[in-house]
Every structure is written in C-alpha cells, then in structure tokens.
Design a protein around this ligand. Structure first.
Ligand code: GLU
Length: 427
C-alpha cells in the first residue's frame, strides 16, 4: 500500500482496498484506475489593463457508467492535474454512494480569484465554459461550484453554454442562483446534508448533538454554513480557522497536550460578521491564534475538516482526539492516517458520504430544470434528509457486513454500484 501527499495516489490506494475486499475483476479495475477523458485547456482572458493573460484549466471525466459525468470546478492557484484527477474519481464514488444517476468528473483553473476584478473573473468563467463546451451538457457532463467558484460563476457559465448551443439550457450547470434556475436549498446543502449524517454518527456513539464540542477547519461556504447550523443548534464551536489563521477563545487554549478544554463555544455569527469585514477570522476579539496543526488535535467531540486534501496524515493522526471526524472537505485524510484513526476507535464519516449533500441537491436542481417545475425549500430539504440518512445506513450495513472502517465501507458500496452499471452496459 502506498500513500503520500499526491491525492491521486491516495485515491488509487482507496480504490485498491475496496476492490480487494470485493475481489473486483482485474480488467474492470484497470479501467477504473484512470479517468475516461482528461481535457487541458488554456483560457485567454482580456485583463482590465488591456493585456491578455492565459489561464490553465482542466476538466477530468472519470466515469459515466451510472449517468452523465458530474462534479464541481475549482478555481485556485494550487490546482493541479493530479488533484483534479483524484477529485473526479471521488465524485464517481460520491454520486454512487448517495444513489444519484451520475458518474464523476471535476474541473479546475489555476487562478487566484482574489487577484481578479469582477470583470476578469466573468471573462475567465465564460472562457472556461467556451473551452470545454463540446464535452459537457445536461446529458454529458454537468459541472457545479467547488472551492472559490460561486453561484454567480455558474450563472455566467450556463449563460455562455446556452448562447453557444442556441437555447436556454439551465441543466448544463448546477449550483446556479435561484433566479436563473438554481434550486432552493442548494447554497448550503453540503453543510445541511453533512449535519444530517453527523446526527446519525452521533447516535452510533451514543451522543446527543446538543452541547457537543466542535472544531472546524475552513470557513468557506461549506465550513461557515456548517458552523452556523451547529451554532444555532446549541453546539459549542470551540475553534475555527481559515486560510489566514485559526482562533480559539482565550482561556481555552490547551497548554499541555492532554489538557481538556472547558467547552465554551465561539459566537459564530459574530465571527462570520468579523470575517466578512476583515477577510479572515484571525484577530476576532477575545480569541487567541491557533495553528492548523493545533486545531486538528483539539480534544473536541467532533472535528470537521472543511478545507483541503491531506490534512490528517501519518504525522498527526496519532494525536487526533475527536470522537468523530466529519469530512466536509474532499480527501482530507490519507489512507495511512485512516488506519491509525480506525485503530484508535475514531469514527470517520468519509467525504464521499459526509459532503454528498451538495451533489444531491445539484441532482434535484438538474431534475427541476429538466421538468421545468420547481420545489419549495421544505421539499428539497426533506428529500435531502431522507437520502442522506438512507445513504448513511447503507454504508453502515456494508461496514458491519465486511467488518471494515466507514471509508472502506463507503468505497465498497460505491464500487459495487459502479461495477454493476459497467457490467450491465456490457463493459
Ligand atoms: N463540488 C461539490 C463536491 O465536491 C459539488 C459537486 C456537484 O454539485 O456536482 O461534491
């Protein structure tokens, strides 16, 4: 077994573990190890100063046996082909675990959106849609938001795609604003779905949600919405962080490794207001700075990684003290760390289950676009809740059947479903 900081290697290791348990046919495994298609594009953008700048972008389509390729587009200076390849494979498993009729794909553009004007961002987004338009569409590949891509960006892309094909095609992208065919409930669906499965996980360890202590890494759309929901439900969010720093209430910073916290939570609504104004949670009054490393090993009930890949590794897994890890990020834990966490009895709710609420409501959006009939938010959330809980129970049943950890169980369930579809199609 190999594992390192290359997310694609980690995705392959996870696939091999699940395939080993299921004794998957070698030929099918060979097909699944690589994406079906990789697009690499250069997007020339007219900058505000009149110059032209070329941005490198990707779309990786891993598998479409269960339906059109599906997955977000990430705008980040750190995006790499290996990362997008890994994310595309994880999307294949994610859509299978929650039973939506899609395959898996992912996109990315190497760009720091904080350095672009709004006009430049719009031209880049439209340029991306033009560059990949031949390979996407409601029945081919349906992109959505991911890190640093927003509903507004989806509106631009769907509009650009619609212009090219000559008809209004809202189902070409999901995660759009409600005014242009987005679904109610999509904006915070990843977090809402994550909290539904967290409740199920808490039941398994005999704990109630009220008053649990939580640490959250990442205050983007997903981390911030999860924090808000938990705060409004009387949970104590002890520490949060974003790319510029982390915070914890002053008197709670553990001085020694094993010191327990006194379980007092941050006022998350105020923290988010502060972040809105200052660009970061760092410096919020009454708090002390905490590093990422320190946040991850706090003695909390629930740890929520909601940022990047490779955060929980062989280096810090031994020191993790949370009882549950709810992976709202994609790929935050390496396969080597998984082994350690399992041996320590920590319950990991794996990414492809924990954060699947996003793609689930993307599916509802796509279905509503195609029907031309829109649901109210309550209907969306009821369906989301039902499907998240059902998926959690499906994964749990596999975990008990094969006596494996929750990630391996989720991967087994997904792989079984994908392989079945491949065989039915005659692969
Ligand atoms: N980018 C999100 C994810 O990683 C959502 C994907 C989608 O809605 O297609 O699951």
């Amino acid at each position: 077994m190999s594992s390192n900081s290359n997310p694609y290697q980690n995705a392959l290791t996870q696939l091999e573990i699940a395939a080993g348990v299921l004794k998957i046919n070698k030929d099918i495994l060979e097909i699944l190890k690589v994406p079906k298609r990789i697009l690499k594009v250069y997007i020339p953008v007219r900058m505000d100063d009149g110059s032209i700048k070329n941005f490198e972008g990707f779309r990786v389509q891993h598998n479409d046996a269960r339906g059109p390729f599906k997955g977000g587009i990430r705008f980040s200076p750190e995006v790499s082909m290996d990362e997008v390849m890994a994310l595309s494979m994880w999307m294949t498993w994610k859509t299978a675990v929650v039973g939506v009729p899609y395959g898996g794909a992912k996109g990315g553009v190497i760009v720091d959106t904080k350095k672009l004007s709004k006009g430049e961002l719009e031209r880049l987004s439209r340029g991306y849609a033009r560059a990949v338009h031949k390979f996407i569409g409601p029945n081919i590949d349906v992109p959505a938001p991911d890190m640093y891509t927003t509903p507004e960006i989806m509106a631009w892309m769907a509009n650009e795609y619609s212009r090219i094909v000559g008809e209004n095609t809202p189902a070409s992208f999901t995660g759009k604003p409600v005014e242009v065919g987005g679904s109610l409930g999509r904006a915070n669906s990843t977090s809402v779905g994550g909290i539904y499965v967290l409740e199920e996980a808490l039941k398994k360890i005999g704990k109630e949600k009220r008053h649990i202590t939580v640490a959250i890494q990442g205050m983007g759309n997903v981390g911030a919405n999860a924090a808000k929901i938990l705060y409004n439900e009387d949970c104590n969010i002890v520490a949060v962080s974003d790319s510029r720093g982390g915070i914890i209430l002053k008197d709670q910073r553990p001085k020694t490794k094993d010191q327990k916290l006194n379980m007092e939570g941050l006022n998350i609504l105020k923290v988010l207001e502060y972040k809105e104004k200052n660009g970061s949670v760092a410096g919020f009054h009454g708090t002390k700075t905490i590093t990422n490393e320190e946040l991850l090993v706090l003695p909390v009930d629930v740890l929520i990684p909601a940022a990047l890949e490779n955060q929980i590794t062989i280096k810090n897994a031994h020191d993790i003290k949370a009882k549950i890890i709810l992976e709202l990020a994609n790929g935050p834990t390496t396969p080597e760390a998984d082994k350690i966490l399992d041996a320590k009895g920590i319950l990991v709710v794996p990414d492809i289950l924990a954060n699947a609420g996003g793609v689930l409501v993307s599916y509802f959006e796509w279905a509503q676009n195609r029907m031309g009939y829109y649901w109210d938010e309550q209907e969306v959330n009821e369906k989301l809740k039902k499907q998240m809980i059902r998926s959690f129970n499906d994964v749990w049943a596999v975990k008990e059947k094969y006596k494996v950890d929750t990630r391996v169980a989720a991967n087994i369930l997904a792989l079984e479903r994908v392989v079945k579809a491949m065989k039915l199609r005659g692969v």
